[in-house]
Design a protein around this ligand. Sequence first.
Ligand SMILES: Cc1cc2nc3c(=O)[nH]c(=O)nc-3n(C[C@H](O)[C@H](O)[C@H](O)COP(=O)(O)OP(=O)(O)OC[C@H]3O[C@@H](n4cnc5c(N)ncnc54)[C@H](O)[C@@H]3O)c2cc1C
Length: 282
Amino acid sequence: MFDCAIVGTGAAGVSAALTLKSLNKNFVWLGDENLSGKICRAEKIRNYPGLNNVDGEGMRTAFLQQIRDMSIAITPARINGIYQMGDYFSLLSDKTEYDAKTVILAIGVEAVKPAEGELEFVGRGVSYCATCDGFLYKGKTIAVVCTAKQFEHEIEYLASLAGKVYLVPLYKGVQVNAKNVEIVSGLLTKINGTMRVQSVTIGDRQLEVDGVFMLKSAVVPSVLVAGLNTKDGHVVVERDMSTNLKGLFAAGDCTGRPYQYAKAVGEGNVAAHSVVEFLGQS
Ligand SMILES: Cc1cc2nc3c(=O)[nH]c(=O)nc-3n(C[C@H](O)[C@H](O)[C@H](O)COP(=O)(O)OP(=O)(O)OC[C@H]3O[C@@H](n4cnc5c(N)ncnc54)[C@H](O)[C@@H]3O)c2cc1C
């Protein structure tokens, strides 16, 4: 049982981890050892105190150095579900369950908007986790929307189970080794059905499918955490970064605009302090 689980390795997660470490808390930090794809994308950052005219890659290098110097470890994992279990939280990845008394959600925002019908059919044909739900589609026809190369092993896993896979890649240089995968160009704009998913609309094509897998680096917060209050896709937070779920805090882009490093770092810091205060009271 950890004092806290930080989910996400962007600027907000980095700040929360540095603060919890300096306050001597026992936490697990779940995400990507390379931090966040977004951190390194900025051409020039002019408004981040202390790092003059740095670019995104320079900022990532500085963050990684600081994490190493503080002996903070990142546990590589994508979390597929977070559940409140009374006075603690259970966080599920493809392979492992992590239990923590508190959670800091620092998952950023996904640039790709949910398709029409996506949220409506979650659990009724729409899934975000290949290893959790892939077995349900043995021999069946599925569509897979994939936003990044890093998820290609999940596509191959799904192809090993399904009869037919329509792959909608949102990145270049697809390398998937499976004969039953058909690459479909265009955007998946709509998921159709009545009780369950029956078809998808991709460009001007309507394809009959039994299920849809959305392989994205960030999942809509209300899908990731059951019962979490959100507004316009962002987590609703108080000034101390607490959410409607006791013990669950959020920080960074996932709490809303402006999407900025300095805001993410500030909120990560506040969330970590609020976690410490919460643990002291419980
Ligand atoms: C091209 C570009 C240029 C930018 N330029 C600037 C700039 O000049 N100045 C500025 O201030 N801001 C800039 N930004 C914005 C800045 O990058 C973001 O505000 C900042 O990265 C937000 O940090 P974050 O930690 O909230 O989210 P992110 O950096 O998005 O990090 C979220 C992390 O959570 C991980 N994650 C998500 N879901 C899960 C899950 N279920 N399980 C595990 N991990 C998960 C993601 O993989 C990622 O590592 C720019 C953004 C872009 C895209």
